[in-house]
Design a binder for this molecule. Structure first.
Ligand code: CDP
Length: 238
């Protein structure tokens, strides 16, 4: 890792984009949140717990989480066709896996918690922004949780590890090219989700996890502050 490496937007290798978070952005939902990282903006709305429909999917042993990730048509310069594509289906499933470990869903047999995530503007890292927003929205909805989950992408540009890649960085092609490793974790460093798009040496993975932990710690503080601010402003009906 070298500190001399210059990122296109001038950030340090371990520097997040400007981060903004707010809860209570969808008044009709049971819980909601917005999370912005640079130009990437995610909104999450939670509905439930409520009876699972269709009924045959009910589980008497536990409640279930359903996640629905959508990149809305104007979120990128090339209009996205509305409706489910494979990428959105994959990210919906990954979001569920990233969040399920912290939820005490066994308290809600036969019920479901629905999380809808809309990406209203995309500049890479949308799955991470969606998970960050969803984690806050679940807490805002009062769903019992062991902890919050924070998510960030650690990447490799040629030989340099950097956090929170922009689309320009994801498209980096020089040297070894770009590698993208989205990681989600609890504040105590328990990884709930990790993906790898590209190539990385096994010995570099520990550095990736260390960088992700520090970055997720910063995101966690922002999430926590947004939740506290909403309580100070009178809860979810602010
Ligand atoms: O957004 P994330 O990094 O989680 O997922 P990705 O599949 O690696 O996509 C990276 C970025 O590519 C997105 O954030 C968008 O900026 C862009 N993208 C796009 O322009 N059009 C698509 N159909 C999908 C992604």
């Amino acid at each position: 890792m070298t500190n001399e490496f210059k990122r296109p937007d001038g950030r340090k290798i371990d520097e997040l984009r400007e981060v903004e978070a707010k809860v209570g952005v969808v008044p009709n939902a049971d819980g909601s949140a917005m999370f912005r990282s640079g130009k990437t903006i995610a909104i999450a709305a939670v509905y439930g717990p409520k009876k699972m429909h269709p009924q045959h999917q009910q589980n008497p042993a536990t409640g279930q989480l359903r996640c629905d990730y959508t990149m809305i048509s104007f979120s990128v310069s090339e209009r996205i066709r509305p409706g489910k594509n494979r990428r959105a289906m994959e990210i919906s499933e990954i979001t569920k896996w990233a969040l399920e470990p912290v939820l005490l869903l066994e308290k809600y047999p036969n019920q479901v918690v629905d999380v809808f995530i809309d990406i209203i503007q995309a500049d890479a890292g949308t799955r991470c922004a969606g998970i960050n927003a969803a984690s806050m929205a679940l807490a805002h909805a009062g769903i019992p949780m062991r902890n919050l989950v924070a998510s960030v992408s650690v990447g490799k540009l040629d030989k340099n590890l950097v956090v929170d890649l922009t689309k320009e960085e994801e498209d980096f092609e020089e040297g070894e090219g770009a590698t993208d490793i989205p990681v989600s974790m609890t504040p105590d460093g328990k990884v709930t989700h990790m993906q790898l798009d590209g190539k990385i040496r096994t010995k570099e993975l520990q550095d990736v996890l260390d960088m992700a932990k520090t970055a997720c710690g910063k995101i966690y503080e922002v999430q926590k502050k947004a939740l506290k601010d909403s309580i100070n402003m009178g809860g979810k009906d602010e």
